[in-house]
Design a protein around this ligand. Structure first.
Ligand SMILES: *Cc1c(COP(=O)(O)O)cnc(C)c1O
Length: 232
């Protein structure tokens, strides 16, 4: 017989503590449930949490099908154009729009089912080459002249970004600062009617406290709620 896990994550308690910390800053919690089974998501759900994030379309769809229908599902990971159709009917927010072509596809799929789909533009702020997203200058250009105003089935709610994976907090802070400056600039502009720069999705388990100092309105936290992920 195994003695069972020595250390069990207390999901409800973790969520509650985070909620308290975020609430006073006007920030919402997206509980990142990727790789975790529906039973663990239900544990969070029954404690009253309704907002979950997944990074893969297939996993998102199967969890959507298996779990209560009042859950708000956010797609936080990279999205391929040919997969937009699977999530268009139910997704609450797509965080990682990283090309105009992808946005056009979201608009097309929204039109088919007469549903306005909420999106964030992903901004590339990290030093790593591998991270997806628009450069800040591209974001300005797309919003000013990219024709988003003529995509009625898309609503841009704000920006999303990921900092470099590092323990150097000054690097993380300066990256978050750059995206905060970008959204501050945009908030002062006259935006197309379907663009509102309200949400700033920055901060994960390791850096959400820093993100709160730079205007985060939405943190995406997984490990600090559910524990380490196991990949096989
Ligand atoms: C996995 C993931 C997170 C959450 O990461 P944690 O370190 O587990 O909090 C946040 N954002 C994105 C885009 C992710 O893929």
């Amino acid at each position: 017989m195994f003695p069972g896990p020595i250390y069990q994550m207390d999901i409800k308690n973790n969520i509650q503590k985070l909620q308290t910390e975020l609430e006073s800053k006007g920030c919402i919690l997206v509980a990142v449930s990727k790789t975790h089974p529906p039973e663990l998501i239900l544990e969070a759900y029954t404690s009253g949490h309704k907002v979950f994030g997944e990074n893969k379309v297939q996993e998102l769809v199967s969890k959507y099908e298996a779990l209560p229908k009042d859950i708000e599902w956010h797609l936080i990971g990279h999205l391929q154009r040919n997969k937009v159709k699977y999530i268009a009917p139910f997704v609450t927010l797509i965080h990682a729009i990283d090309s105009v072509k992808l946005l056009e596809e979201v608009n097309k799929q929204g039109a088919k089912i007469n549903r306005v789909i909420h999106c964030l533009l992903q901004v590339h702020i990290a030093q790593e080459e591998t991270k997806f997203g628009f450069d800040p200058a591209e974001v300005l250009k797309i919003i000013r002249t990219g024709g988003i105003g003529s995509m009625p089935y898309v609503k841009i709610k704000g920006l999303m970004a990921m900092a470099t994976l590092t323990d150097k907090t000054d690097i993380i802070a300066s990256e978050f600062k750059s995206v905060q400056e970008l959204i501050t600039t945009l908030r002062k502009e006259k935006l197309p009617t379907n663009v509102e720069m309200k949400e700033l999705s920055i901060g994960m388990s390791s850096d959400y406290k820093i993100a709160l100092d730079y205007g985060s309105t939405m943190v995406r936290v997984g490990t600090a709620i559910f524990g380490e992920r196991k990949y096989d």
